[in-house]
Design a protein around this ligand. Structure first.
Ligand code: 5GP
Length: 222
């Protein structure tokens, strides 16, 4: 599972991992109530569903976990966690921290890797550079990201995504057991502090540009 704040590059790393090692890894396609971005395809990036259909999936027990992130619902179809045949592809989940904790309860052996952006400027630049979200929406995502960052110390596998191919190599090394497990070292702690400070000033700037986000709107359901 890849976890970490929005804009850290989880989705891009997961996609590149599967592209480079097709047959060895497969993406878990989540259900979401969010509207598709222009480049996204239903069934490939997400199963885009209405709020009513999502709630029906929850009631029917079709989701292994779900969470509300940035005011929208996201969930992992339970079928995606059913182990495939021996030697079949490893399923890769790109998921929020709350969802990851739920999956860890179901599948204790699951590997969880926390992805961090290399620094505040690159991070906020990446979030803003998608060009698909308003300043207000980016500010909301940064608020949620601050909460996700606060959870980082409870994980023990981190990758700083400064370069996509290196990040994919680092994921592979961790999957193969060659990577080092480490607690949040001083380097990580200071990176997290820098990211936090950058997010806070980014939020102030974005809110000044796009109108205030009212309290609580950036919350997850956990
Ligand atoms: P985005 O809207 O940028 O695609 O995703 C927003 C957040 O939702 C990201 O942190 C992503 O990892 C998370 N997410 C995507 N799919 C799922 C899912 O199935 N379950 C949970 N809990 N979070 C998800």
């Amino acid at each position: 599972m890849l976890v970490g704040p929005s804009g850290a590059g989880k989705t891009t790393i997961a996609a590149r991992l599967v592209e480079r090692h097709a047959g060895r890894f497969a993406l878990s396609v989540s259900a979401t109530t969010r509207v598709p971005r222009p480049v996204e395809e239903d069934g490939r990036d997400y199963h885009f569903v209405s709020r009513g259909d999502f709630d029906e999936m929850v009631r029917a027990g079709e989701l292994a976990e779900w969470a509300e992130v940035h005011g929208e619902r996201y969930g992992t179809p339970a079928d995606n966690l059913v182990p495939g045949p021996e030697g079949g592809p490893v399923t890769v989940l790109d998921i929020d921290v709350h969802g990851a904790r739920q999956v860890m309860e179901r599948v204790p052996s699951a590997l969880v890797i926390f992805i961090l952006p290399p620094g505040p400027d690159e991070w906020i630049g990446r979030l803003a550079g998608r060009g698909t979200e308003s300043p207000r929406e980016i500010a909301r995502r940064l608020r949620t990201a601050l909460r996700e960052l606060a959870e980082a110390p409870s994980f023990n596998r981190f990758i700083v995504n400064a370069d996509l191919e290196h990040a994919v190599d680092a994921v592979l090394a961790l999957v193969e057991g060659a990577g080092r497990e480490r607690g949040a070292s001083r380097g990580f702690a200071s990176l997290c502090r820098a990211l936090e400070a950058g997010a806070r000033s980014g939020i102030e700037r974005l809110e000044a540009a796009g109108g205030a986000v009212s309290a609580g709107q950036g919350d997850t359901n956990g």
